[in-house]
Design a binder for this molecule. Structure first.
Ligand SMILES: [Zn+2]
Ligand SMILES: [Zn+2]
Length: 350
């Protein structure tokens, strides 16, 4: 295939809010890279941080950077040392780039590599026509898979890993947060046969999405009776598994209060700074445990996710609410940042 020399891309061109649509050279794949023609890409919370140029982004991002890390597309060229992929393969990407030789990488924990790099954060990303992707990060999809579903597997994988990190079948679950991560988590819990699924939401727009994903009971996060209601709904036991997908102080406090004795508190949401928790009553006296989740296991999570998607037990499509051409990215970011959050996952099409 004859590749063009130039492509369009969304670039954080300078250290300020916003981004620019630019024309840049199509990247050359290194010896262990695959070159992918991006078919669809989706916007992550991380991309909003980069777009907004908040304090995290200022400390981490080095412009000029083509950002974005969630995508699906077709392999169009491969480096000379690539063995697992060939042109024509339909792939998605793992965004965690492991070094392969550190302690974590050598003890079955590549996803939290000690020298971890993140696609589209530390390296050039996928808000573009093409991306050069390390082979170790490529995941081959079934060609029959819907491109929308293939595209959102990186964030969906977070929910798969977080939810299935320990036994969930038949257990009561409370999911804190109604962003894509929270809504995906409801879907995974439902698909994996969880017991009662309580979804604690903030934005009214996402109530319908939550129902479609399989929640049984929905409460608002700022309901002063929230914990009492959850205790009542679980016959006074509390929930066996709390999935904390927000990083919000109130949600974390409520989550620890509603956790059953002996339960699992899954910490996925990221507070914007150090926070205080009631460790004595929330965890210690309850004999509970906090389980931190970062990324997805490479590649146990991806195999589980493929199984759930292919069996039809998990359908992420209700969470995908918008699709924009890549060039209309400003509009897409505005929808995503709107205060009332009338959106779920937003897809960009190059
Ligand atoms: Zn992401
Ligand atoms: Zn490593």
């Amino acid at each position: 295939m004859q590749l063009p020399g130039k492509m369009k891309a969304i670039m954080k061109a300078k250290p300020a809010e916003g981004a620019e649509l630019v024309e840049v050279p199509v990247p050359k794949p290194g010896p262990r890279d695959v070159l992918v023609k991006v078919q669809m890409t989706s916007i992550c919370g991380t991309d909003v941080h980069i777009y907004n140029w908040d304090s995290w982004a200022q400390g981490r991002i080095k412009p000029p950077l083509v950002f974005g890390h969630e995508f699906a597309g077709e392999v169009v060229a491969i480096g000379e040392m690539v063995t697992g992929f060939k042109p024509g393969d339909f792939i998605s990407a793992e965004s965690h780039i492991p070094c392969g030789v550190c302690f974590q990488c050598r003890t079955d924990m590549q996803h939290i590599c000690g020298k971890l790099k993140i696609l589209g954060v530390d390296t050039q990303g996928c808000f573009a026509d093409y991306i050069a992707l390390p082979e170790v990060c490529a995941w081959k999809n079934d060609k029959s898979m819907k491109p929308e579903s293939a595209c959102i597997q990186e964030p969906l994988g977070n929910a798969v890993y977080a939810t299935l990190a320990e036994d969930i079948t038949g257990r009561s679950v409370a999911v804190m947060g109604c962003g894509p991560a929270g809504c995906f988590t409801v879907g995974v819990a439902s698909g994996a046969g969880a017991g009662k699924i309580i979804h604690v939401i903030k934005h009214e727009f996402r109530r319908e999405i939550s129902k479609k994903m399989g929640s049984h009971i929905i409460f608002k996060y700022d309901d002063p009776q929230l914990v009492d209601k959850v205790m009542k709904a679980t016959d006074g036991v509390g929930v066996e598994v709390v999935m904390e997908m927000t990083g919000n102080q109130l949600a974390i406090d409520s989550g620890l209060k509603m956790l059953a004795k002996g339960g699992r508190f899954t910490a996925f949401g990221i507070p914007s700074g150090p926070i205080q928790i009631d460790l004595s009553n929330g965890i210690v006296f309850k004999g509970g445990r906090i389980l931190g989740i970062n990324g997805r296991e490479m590649y146990k999570t991806w195999f589980k996710m493929a199984g759930l998607l292919n069996s039809g037990k998990l359908d992420p499509s209700p969470v995908i609410t918008h699709k924009f051409p890549l060039k209309d990215f400003k509009q897409a970011f505005d929808v995503m940042r709107a205060k009332d959050r009338q959106s779920g996952k937003i897809i960009l099409v190059p």
